[in-house]
Write a protein that binds this ligand. Structure first.
Ligand code: ZN
Length: 56
């Protein structure tokens, strides 16, 4: 499994809708796969989604 580039924790694989990505539950790092278009604006919505996921 990949490690977080920020804190070296194991990254978790998450599915949101039809998209799967990896994210760090420790520091909040999220890596959106590059086979989709790079849309920096969506990073914030991804982060919000992950925050909701880990808050619950
Ligand atoms: Zn991390």
């Amino acid at each position: 499994m990949d490690e977080c580039p920020r804190c070296q924790s194991p990254l978790e694989r998450l599915s949101l809708g039809e998209v799967t990505t990896i994210a760090c539950g420790r520091c909040g790092f999220a890596d959106v796969p590059v086979d989709h278009e790079s849309k920096p604006v969506e990073i914030e919505s991804w982060r919000d989604a992950f925050n909701r996921f880990y808050d619950s």
